[in-house]
Design a protein. Structure first.
Length: 395
Protein backbone atom coordinates (compact mmCIF):
# COMPACT_ATOMS: atom_id res chain seq x y z
CA UNK A 1 0.00 0.00 0.00
CA UNK A 2 2.80 2.38 0.96
CA UNK A 3 4.71 1.48 -2.19
CA UNK A 4 1.62 2.17 -4.32
CA UNK A 5 1.21 5.61 -2.84
CA UNK A 6 4.89 6.34 -3.43
CA UNK A 7 4.55 5.35 -7.09
CA UNK A 8 1.44 7.52 -7.35
CA UNK A 9 3.33 10.52 -5.97
CA UNK A 10 6.21 9.90 -8.39
CA UNK A 11 3.77 9.62 -11.28
CA UNK A 12 2.13 12.91 -10.33
CA UNK A 13 5.52 14.57 -10.04
CA UNK A 14 6.56 13.26 -13.46
CA UNK A 15 3.25 14.42 -14.96
CA UNK A 16 3.75 17.91 -13.56
CA UNK A 17 7.28 18.05 -14.94
CA UNK A 18 6.05 16.92 -18.36
CA UNK A 19 3.18 19.42 -18.21
CA UNK A 20 5.63 22.22 -17.54
CA UNK A 21 7.72 21.33 -20.58
CA UNK A 22 4.63 21.05 -22.79
CA UNK A 23 3.19 24.30 -21.45
CA UNK A 24 6.40 26.17 -22.27
CA UNK A 25 6.25 24.98 -25.84
CA UNK A 26 2.54 25.69 -26.25
CA UNK A 27 2.84 29.08 -24.57
CA UNK A 28 5.52 30.18 -27.03
CA UNK A 29 3.54 28.87 -29.99
CA UNK A 30 0.39 30.65 -28.90
CA UNK A 31 2.10 34.02 -28.56
CA UNK A 32 4.02 33.82 -31.83
CA UNK A 33 1.18 32.15 -33.71
CA UNK A 34 -1.18 34.99 -32.83
CA UNK A 35 1.24 37.48 -34.37
CA UNK A 36 1.78 39.28 -31.07
CA UNK A 37 5.15 40.61 -30.01
CA UNK A 38 6.46 38.52 -27.14
CA UNK A 39 6.80 40.32 -23.80
CA UNK A 40 8.62 39.36 -20.65
CA UNK A 41 5.91 38.69 -18.05
CA UNK A 42 6.31 37.91 -14.36
CA UNK A 43 3.56 36.62 -12.07
CA UNK A 44 4.04 37.10 -8.33
CA UNK A 45 1.95 36.85 -5.17
CA UNK A 46 1.70 40.16 -3.30
CA UNK A 47 -0.83 39.34 -0.56
CA UNK A 48 -2.43 36.30 1.01
CA UNK A 49 -1.18 32.74 1.18
CA UNK A 50 -2.26 29.84 -1.01
CA UNK A 51 -5.37 28.10 0.37
CA UNK A 52 -4.82 29.61 3.83
CA UNK A 53 -8.20 31.23 4.32
CA UNK A 54 -8.89 33.86 6.91
CA UNK A 55 -9.57 37.55 7.44
CA UNK A 56 -6.31 38.70 8.97
CA UNK A 57 -4.97 42.16 8.19
CA UNK A 58 -1.21 42.48 7.83
CA UNK A 59 1.74 42.78 5.48
CA UNK A 60 1.73 40.96 2.16
CA UNK A 61 1.60 37.21 2.53
CA UNK A 62 0.86 37.47 6.24
CA UNK A 63 -2.63 38.79 5.40
CA UNK A 64 -5.50 36.38 4.77
CA UNK A 65 -8.46 36.41 2.36
CA UNK A 66 -11.32 34.09 1.50
CA UNK A 67 -12.32 33.77 -2.14
CA UNK A 68 -11.76 37.42 -3.19
CA UNK A 69 -13.73 38.24 -6.36
CA UNK A 70 -13.49 41.99 -6.85
CA UNK A 71 -10.57 44.38 -7.29
CA UNK A 72 -10.03 47.97 -8.38
CA UNK A 73 -7.09 50.38 -8.32
CA UNK A 74 -7.65 53.92 -7.03
CA UNK A 75 -5.89 56.93 -8.59
CA UNK A 76 -3.47 57.09 -5.63
CA UNK A 77 -2.34 53.47 -6.08
CA UNK A 78 -4.46 51.97 -3.29
CA UNK A 79 -5.98 48.63 -4.28
CA UNK A 80 -9.47 47.76 -3.02
CA UNK A 81 -10.59 44.14 -2.73
CA UNK A 82 -14.06 42.62 -2.47
CA UNK A 83 -13.19 39.80 -0.07
CA UNK A 84 -16.25 37.82 -1.06
CA UNK A 85 -16.04 34.81 1.22
CA UNK A 86 -15.42 37.04 4.23
CA UNK A 87 -18.21 39.53 3.31
CA UNK A 88 -15.65 42.31 3.71
CA UNK A 89 -14.08 45.14 1.76
CA UNK A 90 -10.31 45.34 2.15
CA UNK A 91 -7.66 47.86 1.13
CA UNK A 92 -4.09 47.23 0.06
CA UNK A 93 -1.63 50.11 0.35
CA UNK A 94 1.98 50.01 -0.80
CA UNK A 95 5.01 51.98 0.25
CA UNK A 96 5.73 53.16 -3.28
CA UNK A 97 2.93 52.35 -5.72
CA UNK A 98 1.85 55.87 -6.58
CA UNK A 99 1.52 57.81 -9.80
CA UNK A 100 4.23 56.52 -12.12
CA UNK A 101 5.05 53.10 -13.56
CA UNK A 102 7.35 51.21 -11.17
CA UNK A 103 10.56 49.77 -12.58
CA UNK A 104 11.36 46.05 -12.03
CA UNK A 105 13.95 47.06 -9.44
CA UNK A 106 11.39 49.23 -7.68
CA UNK A 107 8.86 46.37 -7.58
CA UNK A 108 11.34 44.23 -5.65
CA UNK A 109 11.21 46.67 -2.74
CA UNK A 110 7.46 47.29 -2.51
CA UNK A 111 5.55 46.10 0.53
CA UNK A 112 1.78 45.72 0.59
CA UNK A 113 -0.24 46.44 3.73
CA UNK A 114 -3.75 44.97 3.99
CA UNK A 115 -6.48 46.52 6.14
CA UNK A 116 -10.24 46.06 6.46
CA UNK A 117 -12.35 49.11 5.70
CA UNK A 118 -15.91 47.73 5.83
CA UNK A 119 -17.90 44.62 6.70
CA UNK A 120 -17.19 41.84 9.18
CA UNK A 121 -15.90 38.33 8.60
CA UNK A 122 -18.52 35.72 7.73
CA UNK A 123 -21.36 38.00 8.78
CA UNK A 124 -23.34 37.84 5.55
CA UNK A 125 -26.05 40.37 6.27
CA UNK A 126 -27.27 43.77 5.14
CA UNK A 127 -26.62 46.91 7.13
CA UNK A 128 -25.58 50.42 6.21
CA UNK A 129 -23.19 52.01 8.66
CA UNK A 130 -19.59 52.98 9.25
CA UNK A 131 -16.68 50.63 8.60
CA UNK A 132 -16.91 47.26 10.29
CA UNK A 133 -20.38 48.07 11.61
CA UNK A 134 -21.71 47.74 8.06
CA UNK A 135 -22.63 44.37 6.54
CA UNK A 136 -22.34 42.85 3.07
CA UNK A 137 -23.41 39.52 1.62
CA UNK A 138 -21.09 38.17 -1.09
CA UNK A 139 -19.70 41.48 -2.39
CA UNK A 140 -18.16 41.09 -5.85
CA UNK A 141 -17.55 43.77 -8.49
CA UNK A 142 -15.98 47.11 -7.54
CA UNK A 143 -15.62 50.52 -9.20
CA UNK A 144 -14.09 53.73 -7.95
CA UNK A 145 -15.04 57.32 -8.72
CA UNK A 146 -12.63 59.32 -10.91
CA UNK A 147 -11.62 61.44 -7.91
CA UNK A 148 -10.87 58.34 -5.85
CA UNK A 149 -13.24 59.35 -3.05
CA UNK A 150 -16.09 56.86 -3.47
CA UNK A 151 -16.03 53.08 -3.86
CA UNK A 152 -19.00 51.31 -5.48
CA UNK A 153 -19.77 47.70 -4.56
CA UNK A 154 -21.93 45.11 -6.29
CA UNK A 155 -23.35 43.42 -3.17
CA UNK A 156 -24.52 40.36 -5.05
CA UNK A 157 -26.56 38.32 -2.56
CA UNK A 158 -28.15 41.44 -1.12
CA UNK A 159 -29.35 42.35 -4.64
CA UNK A 160 -28.00 45.84 -4.09
CA UNK A 161 -25.30 48.26 -5.16
CA UNK A 162 -23.67 50.04 -2.23
CA UNK A 163 -21.25 52.93 -1.98
CA UNK A 164 -18.49 53.68 0.51
CA UNK A 165 -17.32 57.20 1.31
CA UNK A 166 -13.62 56.37 1.65
CA UNK A 167 -12.83 59.37 3.84
CA UNK A 168 -15.32 58.35 6.53
CA UNK A 169 -15.80 54.63 5.62
CA UNK A 170 -19.55 55.27 5.61
CA UNK A 171 -21.51 52.61 3.70
CA UNK A 172 -24.89 53.45 2.13
CA UNK A 173 -27.21 51.80 -0.38
CA UNK A 174 -27.70 53.26 -3.86
CA UNK A 175 -30.04 50.82 -5.57
CA UNK A 176 -31.85 47.55 -4.93
CA UNK A 177 -33.66 45.86 -2.06
CA UNK A 178 -33.55 42.57 -0.18
CA UNK A 179 -35.51 40.56 -2.75
CA UNK A 180 -34.56 40.13 -6.39
CA UNK A 181 -36.27 42.33 -8.95
CA UNK A 182 -35.80 43.79 -12.38
CA UNK A 183 -37.92 46.94 -12.48
CA UNK A 184 -36.51 50.33 -13.37
CA UNK A 185 -37.01 53.18 -10.94
CA UNK A 186 -35.25 55.64 -8.68
CA UNK A 187 -32.64 54.42 -6.18
CA UNK A 188 -33.90 51.70 -3.89
CA UNK A 189 -37.18 51.72 -5.78
CA UNK A 190 -35.42 49.87 -8.62
CA UNK A 191 -34.80 46.13 -8.43
CA UNK A 192 -31.64 44.11 -9.07
CA UNK A 193 -31.01 40.38 -9.29
CA UNK A 194 -27.51 39.29 -8.21
CA UNK A 195 -25.48 42.25 -9.51
CA UNK A 196 -21.89 41.14 -10.04
CA UNK A 197 -20.09 43.94 -11.86
CA UNK A 198 -19.99 47.75 -11.86
CA UNK A 199 -18.22 50.43 -13.89
CA UNK A 200 -18.34 54.20 -13.65
CA UNK A 201 -18.21 56.69 -16.50
CA UNK A 202 -15.06 58.85 -16.77
CA UNK A 203 -17.07 61.95 -15.86
CA UNK A 204 -18.40 60.23 -12.73
CA UNK A 205 -22.03 60.83 -13.68
CA UNK A 206 -23.25 57.33 -14.56
CA UNK A 207 -22.81 53.93 -12.95
CA UNK A 208 -23.20 50.83 -15.11
CA UNK A 209 -24.26 47.55 -13.51
CA UNK A 210 -23.89 43.99 -14.76
CA UNK A 211 -27.20 42.69 -13.41
CA UNK A 212 -26.26 39.03 -13.80
CA UNK A 213 -29.45 37.40 -12.56
CA UNK A 214 -31.46 39.56 -14.95
CA UNK A 215 -29.11 38.90 -17.89
CA UNK A 216 -29.06 42.67 -18.31
CA UNK A 217 -26.97 45.81 -18.26
CA UNK A 218 -28.41 48.64 -16.17
CA UNK A 219 -27.49 52.31 -15.90
CA UNK A 220 -27.84 54.54 -12.86
CA UNK A 221 -27.72 58.31 -13.18
CA UNK A 222 -25.82 59.22 -10.02
CA UNK A 223 -27.29 62.72 -10.03
CA UNK A 224 -30.95 61.74 -10.09
CA UNK A 225 -30.78 58.11 -8.91
CA UNK A 226 -32.73 56.97 -11.97
CA UNK A 227 -32.04 53.33 -12.92
CA UNK A 228 -32.79 52.13 -16.45
CA UNK A 229 -32.23 48.89 -18.35
CA UNK A 230 -30.07 49.66 -21.37
CA UNK A 231 -29.48 46.12 -22.71
CA UNK A 232 -30.58 42.55 -22.14
CA UNK A 233 -33.81 40.61 -22.23
CA UNK A 234 -34.43 39.84 -18.55
CA UNK A 235 -34.12 36.97 -16.10
CA UNK A 236 -36.11 34.55 -18.25
CA UNK A 237 -34.56 35.51 -21.58
CA UNK A 238 -30.87 34.52 -21.63
CA UNK A 239 -29.22 34.49 -25.03
CA UNK A 240 -26.35 35.73 -27.12
CA UNK A 241 -28.06 37.86 -29.77
CA UNK A 242 -26.43 41.09 -30.86
CA UNK A 243 -28.73 44.05 -31.36
CA UNK A 244 -29.85 47.39 -30.02
CA UNK A 245 -30.75 47.84 -26.35
CA UNK A 246 -33.09 45.19 -24.98
CA UNK A 247 -33.04 43.36 -28.32
CA UNK A 248 -29.55 42.20 -27.38
CA UNK A 249 -29.34 39.26 -24.98
CA UNK A 250 -26.77 38.02 -22.46
CA UNK A 251 -26.22 35.06 -20.16
CA UNK A 252 -25.02 36.09 -16.69
CA UNK A 253 -22.80 39.04 -17.65
CA UNK A 254 -20.26 39.93 -14.99
CA UNK A 255 -17.24 42.10 -15.73
CA UNK A 256 -17.56 45.63 -17.15
CA UNK A 257 -15.03 48.16 -18.42
CA UNK A 258 -15.66 51.55 -20.00
CA UNK A 259 -13.52 53.36 -22.56
CA UNK A 260 -11.62 56.47 -21.50
CA UNK A 261 -13.88 58.65 -23.65
CA UNK A 262 -17.00 57.14 -22.04
CA UNK A 263 -18.44 56.03 -25.37
CA UNK A 264 -18.05 52.24 -25.26
CA UNK A 265 -18.90 49.72 -22.54
CA UNK A 266 -17.13 46.35 -22.72
CA UNK A 267 -18.89 43.35 -21.20
CA UNK A 268 -17.66 39.93 -20.06
CA UNK A 269 -20.65 37.79 -21.04
CA UNK A 270 -19.55 35.01 -18.74
CA UNK A 271 -21.85 32.08 -19.39
CA UNK A 272 -21.79 32.72 -23.12
CA UNK A 273 -17.96 32.69 -23.15
CA UNK A 274 -18.05 35.98 -25.07
CA UNK A 275 -16.56 39.46 -24.95
CA UNK A 276 -19.16 42.01 -26.06
CA UNK A 277 -19.18 45.77 -26.56
CA UNK A 278 -21.96 48.33 -26.36
CA UNK A 279 -21.86 51.72 -28.05
CA UNK A 280 -23.58 53.80 -25.40
CA UNK A 281 -24.84 56.55 -27.72
CA UNK A 282 -26.78 54.11 -29.91
CA UNK A 283 -27.30 51.15 -27.56
CA UNK A 284 -25.84 48.81 -30.18
CA UNK A 285 -24.39 45.59 -28.73
CA UNK A 286 -21.96 43.47 -30.75
CA UNK A 287 -19.65 40.51 -30.11
CA UNK A 288 -15.92 41.18 -30.47
CA UNK A 289 -14.48 37.81 -29.42
CA UNK A 290 -15.45 34.27 -28.47
CA UNK A 291 -18.04 31.68 -29.48
CA UNK A 292 -21.37 31.44 -27.66
CA UNK A 293 -21.75 28.17 -25.79
CA UNK A 294 -18.35 26.83 -26.85
CA UNK A 295 -15.55 27.16 -24.29
CA UNK A 296 -11.94 27.00 -25.42
CA UNK A 297 -8.45 28.45 -25.20
CA UNK A 298 -7.66 29.44 -28.79
CA UNK A 299 -6.04 32.80 -29.54
CA UNK A 300 -6.19 34.77 -32.78
CA UNK A 301 -8.58 37.23 -34.43
CA UNK A 302 -11.61 37.94 -32.23
CA UNK A 303 -14.16 35.85 -34.18
CA UNK A 304 -11.74 32.88 -34.16
CA UNK A 305 -10.77 33.09 -30.48
CA UNK A 306 -12.33 31.09 -27.65
CA UNK A 307 -12.80 31.88 -23.94
CA UNK A 308 -13.98 29.84 -20.96
CA UNK A 309 -16.02 31.81 -18.44
CA UNK A 310 -14.44 35.25 -18.78
CA UNK A 311 -15.35 37.01 -15.55
CA UNK A 312 -13.59 40.38 -15.35
CA UNK A 313 -12.28 43.12 -17.64
CA UNK A 314 -9.82 45.99 -17.32
CA UNK A 315 -8.78 48.57 -19.90
CA UNK A 316 -5.29 49.98 -20.30
CA UNK A 317 -5.24 52.21 -23.36
CA UNK A 318 -6.00 50.04 -26.38
CA UNK A 319 -5.55 46.81 -24.43
CA UNK A 320 -8.57 45.06 -22.96
CA UNK A 321 -7.41 42.55 -20.35
CA UNK A 322 -9.64 39.59 -19.53
CA UNK A 323 -9.61 37.36 -16.45
CA UNK A 324 -10.48 34.14 -18.28
CA UNK A 325 -11.57 32.29 -15.17
CA UNK A 326 -11.95 28.63 -16.11
CA UNK A 327 -8.92 28.81 -18.42
CA UNK A 328 -6.86 29.93 -15.41
CA UNK A 329 -5.16 32.65 -17.42
CA UNK A 330 -5.08 36.34 -18.34
CA UNK A 331 -5.94 37.17 -21.94
CA UNK A 332 -5.70 40.41 -23.88
CA UNK A 333 -7.82 41.78 -26.71
CA UNK A 334 -5.96 44.33 -28.82
CA UNK A 335 -8.78 46.75 -29.60
CA UNK A 336 -6.89 48.14 -32.56
CA UNK A 337 -6.49 44.83 -34.40
CA UNK A 338 -9.10 42.69 -32.62
CA UNK A 339 -6.45 40.04 -31.90
CA UNK A 340 -6.70 37.91 -28.75
CA UNK A 341 -3.58 36.61 -27.00
CA UNK A 342 -2.64 34.98 -23.70
CA UNK A 343 -0.29 37.07 -21.57
CA UNK A 344 -0.09 35.01 -18.36
CA UNK A 345 -0.99 31.45 -17.46
CA UNK A 346 -0.58 28.41 -19.69
CA UNK A 347 -2.28 25.42 -21.29
CA UNK A 348 -1.27 21.88 -22.20
CA UNK A 349 -1.30 20.51 -25.71
CA UNK A 350 -4.94 20.09 -26.69
CA UNK A 351 -5.95 23.27 -24.86
CA UNK A 352 -6.23 21.92 -21.29
CA UNK A 353 -5.66 24.76 -18.79
CA UNK A 354 -2.92 24.41 -16.19
CA UNK A 355 -4.26 25.57 -12.83
CA UNK A 356 -1.64 26.22 -10.18
CA UNK A 357 -0.23 28.63 -7.63
CA UNK A 358 3.31 29.07 -8.95
CA UNK A 359 4.92 32.46 -9.27
CA UNK A 360 7.32 32.82 -12.16
CA UNK A 361 8.21 34.26 -15.51
CA UNK A 362 6.17 33.73 -18.67
CA UNK A 363 4.11 30.54 -18.75
CA UNK A 364 5.74 29.32 -15.53
CA UNK A 365 3.40 31.61 -13.56
CA UNK A 366 0.06 29.90 -12.95
CA UNK A 367 -3.36 30.82 -11.52
CA UNK A 368 -6.12 28.75 -9.92
CA UNK A 369 -9.07 30.82 -11.18
CA UNK A 370 -8.49 34.54 -11.78
CA UNK A 371 -11.71 36.07 -10.50
CA UNK A 372 -11.07 39.77 -11.11
CA UNK A 373 -8.37 42.09 -12.36
CA UNK A 374 -7.44 45.76 -12.45
CA UNK A 375 -4.61 47.79 -13.94
CA UNK A 376 -2.40 50.51 -12.50
CA UNK A 377 0.31 52.16 -14.58
CA UNK A 378 1.23 49.07 -16.56
CA UNK A 379 0.78 46.56 -13.74
CA UNK A 380 -2.10 44.09 -13.53
CA UNK A 381 -3.44 43.02 -10.13
CA UNK A 382 -5.48 39.82 -10.00
CA UNK A 383 -7.64 38.16 -7.36
CA UNK A 384 -6.86 34.45 -7.61
CA UNK A 385 -10.15 33.55 -6.02
CA UNK A 386 -9.97 29.90 -4.84
CA UNK A 387 -6.27 30.34 -4.02
CA UNK A 388 -7.21 33.16 -1.58
CA UNK A 389 -4.38 35.33 -2.90
CA UNK A 390 -3.74 38.61 -4.70
CA UNK A 391 -1.35 38.29 -7.62
CA UNK A 392 0.58 40.83 -9.70
CA UNK A 393 1.45 40.61 -13.38
CA UNK A 394 4.35 42.85 -14.41
CA UNK A 395 6.01 43.33 -17.80
Amino acid sequence: MKKGKELERKGLSNWKAAAKVISLGVGATLVLGAGVQAQAVTVSTVAGSYHERGHLDGTGREARFEFPQGIVAAPDGSIYIADTGNDMIRKISSNGLKESMPTPAHLQHLTYEVETIAGADHRGRFRDGVGTNSRFNNPEGLAISPDGKTLYVADSRNNRVRKIDLATKTVSTLVGRSFAGGNDGVGTGAGLNTPRGVAISPDGKNLYIADSGNNAIRKMDLGTGQVTTIAGGGAFMPGYADGVGTQATFKEPRGLAISSDGQVLYIADTRNNLIRKMVLATGNVSTIAGHAGFPGTLNGPGPDAYFYQPVSLALDGNKLYVADGANADIRMVDLGTGTVSTIAGATLNGGVPIAGREDGDGVEGHFQFPGALTTFHGLIFVTDSPADTIREVSF
